[in-house]
Every structure is written in C-alpha cells, then in structure tokens.
Design a protein. Sequence first.
Length: 458
Amino acid sequence: MDIFREILELEGRLCFPMPHFKIFITGVSIDTRTIKEGNLYFAIKGENFDGHDFVWEAYEKGASICFVNEDWHEKNNENLKHYFSKCVKDTTVALANLSKDYRKKFGIPFIAVGGSNGKTTTKEMIAAVLSPKYKVLKTEGNLNNHIGVPLTLFRLDDTFQIAVIEIGTNHFHELTYLCSILEPDYGMLTNIGREHLEFFKDINGVAEAEGELIHYLIKNHKKGILNTDDKHIFHSAKGLRHRLSYGFHGNVAVKGEFLGLDRLAMPTFSVTFKKNTTKIKLKVPGEHSIHNALAAAAIGFEFGVSAKQIKIALESFLSYNKRMEVLKTNGITIINDCYNANPDSMIAAIKTLEHIKTKGNRIAVLGDMAELGNTSKIGHQEVGKIISVSNINYFLSIGKDMKHAHEIADTIMENAIHFESNKVLIEFLRFAAEAGDILLIKGSRSMRMEEIVAAMNS
C-alpha cells in the first residue's frame, strides 16, 4: 500500500526513531484484535473505548505507524522515541483525510447507497448484480459512518473495477461529510422513512438529511439512480440533471411491476428496461423487498449488466444477516429481522408475517424502536394498532416503549403478552412455540433481540 507520501503531507508531526529505516505499509486498522504486521494503526477515541489504550499492543503486533492524538503523544513522548508515530489533532479526522487522498488514486466508478430503510440489503443486491461483470468492492456489513467509510476505501487495490459504498446518517451534515470523503460518481437513496426522529424531528427532517447525497450529486454534476415512487426523493432531485429513474409507478426508465407473493411471502415482480421485460422471483420475504431489488436492477442496467445476469443474481440472493433472514429449526420458521427497527420497517415486517401461509401460529416478537424522540409513544402505538387488526396470533412485546403497543393490542387481542426481560420471553417461547409456527423477531439493536433468535435457533 503505497501511501507514505500522503502520510508525510497529512497535517501533524511524523516522528522517526531512525532516519533511514524502511517502512512497509500493508493496510489500515483501528482494532488490535485484527491488526496485521505492517498496518497503520489509528488510535480512535470512541464513546466506550479509547484506541490509545492499545497503542503498545499495536506496536507489539507489528504496526508500522501508530496515529495518535496530540494530548496523548505529549504524555507518552518519551516511550514513543523508539517507534514510528504520527501525532495529529484528531485521529478520526486524520483517518478520513488519508482515506480521501487514497481514494483519489482510483479511477473506477464509486456508487453511494443511502436511505432510511433497506440500504444494506440494497447494497448487497447491487454488488451481487454487478459481480458477474466486474470485480466489486463493497461495504462489509453496515460500516457506513465516518469511520466505516474510510476503512472500506482502504481496502481498495488495483484489481477492483467498481465500488459500492453504503453511507448512513443520524445527524444533519453527516452525508455531506461522507460525500466529501467518498466523492461518489453515482448516488442512490432507497427511500425516506421515519428514522432517527430523536435527531431529525420529523419526516421532513429525514428528507433534508438524506437529501444531502442528492445535493452533492447536483452540485458536482454526478448521476443519481432515482426512486421516483418516493415523493421526498423526487422533490429533492428536481435540480438533478443526470439521472436514471426507476419505480413501480409513472413514466420511468426502469419500470417494476409487483406480481404477487408465494406461501412464504417470497415476492415475484417484473422489470422492464428499453421495452424488454424480465420476470424475477426473490428468495427474500416481503413485498417491500422488490423495491430493493428494482434499485439493484437499475444499477445493473446502468453498468451494462444483461437482464439475464440480473435475473440470475437476484433470484440467487439470500436474505442478509439479521435482515429478514429466514431460519428454520425444529419445524419452526424464524424471520430474523433484529438488526434495527423504525415504524416503517416494523410495519413492513408485520405485513410480511401476515402474508406467510401456515397451519401454525403467527407470532410477532417485537422490541423497542430506538431514537424516535418525542414521536416514540405514537410510533409504538401505531404498531399496536396494526397488530390488533392483523391475523397474527401472538404478540409478544418487550421494552418500555413497546409496552405502548402492548397496551393498545391487549384491549383487542387475546394473546398479547408483555415481558420484562429476554430471558423470560425466551422461556415462554420455548414452551409455547410449536412446529409449523412462524416467528418474526424484530427490534432495535439496543434490545439485543438476537439473543432470542439464538436461543430459539439452538
């Protein structure tokens, strides 16, 4: 990894123990558990951990240079005399600035994928669609913030032909900042939904924050892959001259048509591009999944992937980790959607559970939706109302906020039960769930709903 010149030019002080010692740089790390010999180590100070506490471990494991903050460097200057180090004002900013310089070495197309719901699944689908024709760099998991995006860029090498990078936000100006690092050539927003309302206040705030990607595309004369079905995205993109439109309604370049769900709620849809229509059956449950797939198809067409290759890629695609992931154990089907939750994604998951055909019970196990701010009570009550009029047999809730949903449902449903701990909920499920039942398990990350999935899948 030839980035030593950029390190020298980066703001801060580079300290050498020996003036003629050769430095080999093999990559970038912020975690000593996975660091490799020759890596640059950035000591990132976070909410729960301070990377400076592991600097000496990084050197012991072969770090070539450790990036440290000025205040820490001043306190440890004497011991650092025997090591290469880079002293900067803020290691997080230094990581971003160095990745930005590194990204400029590559003349390949960079695609930014943002939006409120489904962006990780859409990113994975896009990578799957492009892979038959290109070697694709993609974001691993959802490393989509001011640290994850730089780390993804450092994985670039000359073998990659295209990059699909997920970008996320829960505060204003974050996408503007990420775009300044990534400098995407193409951008896509999956949708605008009720996410992070604790910070964005309402749907208009979400549209403003997510719209920062579109504003970047407009300002820099880049191309947008535009979901015209979403009125907020459509409104934000009025000044976007370079675009490829897609959607299920209206006059669009890439047109989708929903054709129905099978007994496991796996959707079938068609996609039409340049008068050629292709039928696609997904292995990802829920009608909402076709929106992610249509977005991926649009990107595929934009980059010259054939309709046949797109069909094969999407029909082979399996649910991504903890995102409508279908598991089967002891005759019970589990829909593991416990990565995160907001009102829109929760409603979509409930509707999917409703459509699954089964002779057993439909059981919704739902935890709190976090970061809704002042809208939290109303949002959870909305979930309770929808559950109440659904064909779901059991509603098992957990969390102080999801209790609002339980209070609504309990007045109508016979089997609405609220739990105070995952442990007790698991004990009940092990007693009550039987072969043929369908379990939807969903909640925000803070609720640790994956513990319930693991217990039921063991």
